[in-house]
Design a protein around this ligand. Structure first.
Ligand code: HEM
Length: 514
């Protein structure tokens, strides 16, 4: 009976049209609940807001030479410190405030400490194992960190005091002879210290063959890592194009750079091994770790960890010291206050020893203000999140590149009142230095080192060495030289270079021995 009713054509027709209608009507309450749920701004989990960009390139063409400023403007525009957008096919999330950075990069470091993959640099150039680029999921990452922390820890750094002091003396002599070449002297000082610590190698002159090797590697790495330059970084499928193919220039270039980088990184390592065959070789980071019968893997780990030291140290302290000396010319009162403090504590005309540096609170504040005002790494290095995560009402999708906007944090007026003023006294006025070091969340003028040296499991392992090296050279300059603008020259606008490490753009200054 039931079947016979259904076989009637008209009845079948009316049934087939009414079923979907009934279905939709039945679903309406569910759809309504879904709509309300998803459009309730308090409950909806959504991707952080941000500009859409174009279909192919995303926002790539909207990023100026100072992307950190653009990110900060977008954060203001979208009224959200966490913003997101596409650069080509890569989801990028920028953290513009200290709260999101602390919560995600520090507290959830186990999932936010990976690096985004650069197919050109990591795979084609074979640099995926480098300290800076290795994946946090690779067991080598932890091994590198342990070796570096051991060689650069608070206990290890005092072993380098003698070296730092004697190289600081060389620096003072060079600056007295050629004051205009101050940047060159900063660079030589940084290289001499790190080459001795890492390889036990004594620098000959500025045209030293080891320095040339290191600079060449850094230059090639810069080209291979240039954001937006290599299509293979965004569309990795193209890596399968054969090298002979007319449009496969990137593959031929990658293979060439791979060979060059391999032989360059072997130069200092093989030199140390040769030294170790001599009875009186100089002890250093590499010799302490190389065991006589170490297997190839263990030796390779030491080689890469040592390579990370030069890469980390060669340009960063140079940037801090360049900013410092230029700012001294612009802020003579600050310079005088720091000079008075040194004269009071160490005696007029005497240069502080390394152990005296900790009794100079104004110098310490000056160092912090240089790091804050002119961050060396405005956007640190990019991190990658390895799984989907939810922060407040935002979904941070797995594989997003996560960029901490250190510049925005260090210029946030709620953290650092009058952020564009250069004012070292901000770190002395309210509380003692020790209280600030691990300050509370809502503190005003917190210690900028918590941001300037990066985040989570990727934070800079060289912080202690960097700090003492920079403070020492600053103190030598302040106690032996007077820095000023040339007579009759108005104070120039402070501008910054772009790149992984940022510098204050040089302008004319006069450096006179006192
Ligand atoms: C004032 C000087 C310095 C500053 C401001 C600085 C800052 C930084 C920053 C921002 C990062 C990236 C952190 C992140 O990804 O979150 C970093 C990483 C690193 N730095 Fe430094 N650094 C300085 C000096 C040094 C020195 C002297 C060394 C070595 C002796 C060094 C070795 C490294 C290494 C090996 C890494 C890579 C860490 C990793 O990816 O696991 N840095 N540094």
């Amino acid at each position: 009976m039931y079947i016979s009713i259904l076989t009637s054509h008209s009845q079948v027709h009316s049934m087939t049209t009414s079923v979907p209608v009934l279905f939709v009507i039945g679903c309406l309450p569910i759809l309504l609940v879904w709509f309300l749920y998803n459009h309730d701004p308090n409950r909806r989990i959504r991707i952080p807001p941000g500009p859409k960009g174009t279909f192919f390139a995303g926002v790539k063409d909207q990023l100026s030479s100072s992307p950190w400023k653009v990110y900060a403007q977008w954060a203001e525009h979208y009224q959200s410190p966490v913003i997101s957008f596409w650069i080509y096919n890569r989801r990028t999330v920028v953290l513009n405030d200290h709260e999101s950075v602390r919560e995600l990069l520090h507290k959830r470091a186990s999932i936010y400490s990976d690096r985004p993959k650069s197919w050109m640099f990591h795979e084609l150039c074979g640099r995926g194992k480098s300290v800076f680029n290795i994946s946090s999921l690779d067991s080598r990452h932890g091994k590198y960190r342990r070796l570096l922390q051991h060689g650069l820890s608070g206990r290890a750094v005092p072993e380098y005091h003698e070296l730092l002091e004697s190289e600081a003396d060389v620096f003072v002599q060079s600056l007295t002879r050629e004051p205009h070449a101050f940047q060159h002297h900063f660079r030589r000082n940084a290289a001499a210290v790190i080459m001795k610590i890492t390889y036990g190698y004594t620098l000959t002159d500025s045209d030293d063959p080891f320095i040339r090797v290191a600079e060449e590697s850094a230059q090639i790495s810069g080209w291979a890592l240039a954001p937006g330059r290599w299509m293979v970084d965004y569309y990795p499928i193209v890596r399968f194009i054969p090298s002979w193919f007319p449009f496969a220039h990137f593959k031929r270039q990658g293979a060439k750079w791979r060979k060059q980088l391999e032989s360059l990184s072997d130069v200092p390592h093989n030199w140390v091994k040769k030294q170790m065959e001599q009875p009186n070789f100089v002890e250093c980071f590499t010799t302490r770790l190389l065991r006589p019968n170490a297997d190839a893997e263990a030796e390779d780990i030491v080689k890469w960890a040592a390579g990370g030291l030069y890469a980390g140290a060669s340009d960063t302290t140079v940037s801090a010291l360049t900013s410092f000396i230029l700012l001294m010319a612009l802020y003579p009162d600050t310079q005088k206050t720091a000079q008075r403090e040194i004269a009071n504590i160490c005696g007029a005309g005497r240069m502080p020893s390394i152990t005296e540096l900790h009794s100079l609170p104004y110098l310490d504040a000056l160092f912090k203000e240089v790091l804050r005002y002119a961050p060396i790494s405005n956007i640190a290095l990019p991190h990658r999140v390895v799984q989907d995560d939810v922060y407040k009402s935002y979904l941070i999708p797995k594989d997003s590149t996560v960029i901490p906007n250190t510049w925005a944090i260090l210029h946030d007026p709620s953290l650092f009142p009058e952020p564009f003023e250069f004012k070292p006294s901000r770190f002395i006025d309210n509380a003692s230095i020790s209280q600030r070091r691990h300050g509370s969340e809502n503190e005003v003028n917190p210690d900028p080192r918590a941001y300037a040296f990066g985040y989570g499991r990727r934070s800079c392992p060289g912080i202690q060495l960097a700090e003492i090296s920079v403070l020492l050279i600053m103190s030598r300059i302040l106690s032996k030289f007077e820095v000023s603008l040339p007579t009759g020259v108005c104070a120039p606008q402070v501008e910054f270079t772009t790149g992984i490490t940022s510098h204050v753009k040089p302008f004319d200054i006069v450096i006179r021995p006192m």
